[in-house]
Design a protein around this ligand. Structure first.
Ligand SMILES: Nc1ncnc2c1ncn2[C@@H]1O[C@H](COP(=O)(O)OP(=O)(O)OP(=O)(O)O)[C@@H](O)[C@H]1O
Ligand SMILES: [Mg+2]
Length: 166
């Protein structure tokens, strides 16, 4: 796995456009066999980042939130690896992810809500943590839920941390 070593660390991403740009850069660095786990709260930008990764890989879109589909395969348009986009939100265990019979070796696999879901499935993977509550607001606010529902779609910076795991 060559992967994302050059991108490891934390950066601020100002807008959805910049998030897609980062994804595009990642997509151009990812190789078959690479696994990327996206972690972060609702609306953090996991699917937006995946859209950029798809563009960088040169796979067929569109990348959407896989609401009803747990895993969607996007074939390559440039003779490269397919992208398998997994939403692990409703999966209970790594065994359930394993049951999907994903061809990890031949694909680039992105797993939203994947923390704790891939342990044991691969020797090494990339974790991308997206945080949308880093200006001192957030969990402690009295009306946390209401405030953030309304703000979810407004452009706001995200903190993105890329690290190799385990
Ligand atoms: N800096 C930013 N980076 C990414 N998205 C942003 C940013 N600022 C605002 N947004 C908005 O936040 C939303 C992110 O939605 P997205 O579907 O990518 O999140 P998600 O993490 O996949 O959510 P879910 O947990 O529901 O799967 C979009 O509406 C996007 O326009
Ligand atoms: Mg999503």
């Amino acid at each position: 796995m060559s992967g994302l070593d050059a991108l490891a660390g934390t950066r601020e991403i100002a807008s959805p456009h910049d998030m897609e740009q980062l994804g595009d850069e990642m997509g151009r660095m990812l190789r078959p066999g690479d696994l990327v786990v996206l972690t972060g709260p609702l609306g953090a930008g996991k699917t937006t980042l995946t859209r950029g990764i798809a563009q960088g890989l040169g796979v067929r879109g569109p990348v959407q939130s896989p609401t009803f589909v747990i895993a969607r395969t996007h074939p390559s348009l440039v003779g490269g690896a397919p992208l398998v986009h997994v939403d692990a939100y409703r999966l209970g265990s790594p065994a359930e992810l394993d049951d999907l019979d994903i061809d990890f070796e031949a694909s680039v696999v992105i797993v939203e809500w994947g923390r704790g879901m891939v342990d044991g499935l691969r020797d090494t993977w990339w974790e991308v943590e997206l945080d949308r509550e880093w200006h001192g607001r957030g969990q402690d606010d009295a009306c946390y839920g209401v405030a953030h529902e309304a703000e979810l779609d407004a452009d706001a910076p995200r903190l993105v941390t890329i690290r190799r795991r385990p």
